[in-house]
Design a protein around this ligand. Structure first.
Ligand code: TMP
Length: 179
């Protein structure tokens, strides 16, 4: 087609609570789209391989403490440092399936009590997803799935708050998969 936007990859974002099954749904979607002949890559945030990502990882594994605002901005910076690569992938017709994106940033930090608009502000200007898939599982059911791995946010009471934050962020453009 002559329409340039037709040859751009899609930005597909999967969101949900910890242990909602995002990782396996991402890989299922990846193989499905590959079989259809699409060029597709699987990404995730946080990307723990960068310098910023290592700070995030050390925070999540309780090896360091950070102010709630500071870690929020690091999660956001971790998306910003990948923005231009994401953009060039999409431009070259590669579809990206992304395990967590800005909505995780806003949902988890606002669940701590940070102001919603303050949480959203650093996300403005990042690439907008073409599709958001929300894996809807109850916090109780997620907690039962082989237990949590022990990272900072993997606690039932906190995940209940995150679920409420996601409910607030969810709009009717999101595709909701119920588990
Ligand atoms: P992961 O288990 O998918 O690697 O995510 C690590 C944790 O970080 C998970 O509890 C969700 C949380 N998180 C945020 O708090 N803010 C963010 O921006 C992102 C991407 C994840």
């Amino acid at each position: 087609s002559n329409n340039k936007s037709d040859s751009r990859g899609a930005l597909i974002v999967l969101e949900g609570l910890d242990r909602c099954g995002k990782t396996s749904q991402c890989s299922r979607l990846l193989s499905y789209l590959e079989e259809l002949g699409h060029s597709v890559e699987s990404w995730r945030f946080p990307d723990r391989n960068t310098g910023v990502g290592q700070m995030i990882s050390s925070y999540l594994t309780q090896k360091s403490q950070l102010d709630d605002h500071a870690i929020h901005l690091l999660f956001s910076a971790n998306r910003w440092e990948k923005r231009s690569l994401m953009e060039s992938k999409l431009r070259s017709n590669t579809t990206l399936i992304v395990d967590r994106y800005s909505f995780s940033g806003v949902a988890f930090s606002s669940a701590k009590g940070l102001d919603l608009d303050w949480c959203k502000a650093p996300e403005a200007g990042l690439l907008a997803p073409d599709l958001v898939v929300y894996l809807d599982i109850s916090p109780e059911k997620a907690a039962e799935r082989g237990g949590y791995g022990g990272e900072r946010y993997e606690q039932l009471e906190f995940q209940k708050k995150v679920a409420l934050s996601y409910q607030m962020l969810c709009d009717d453009t999101w595709k909701v998969m119920i588990f």
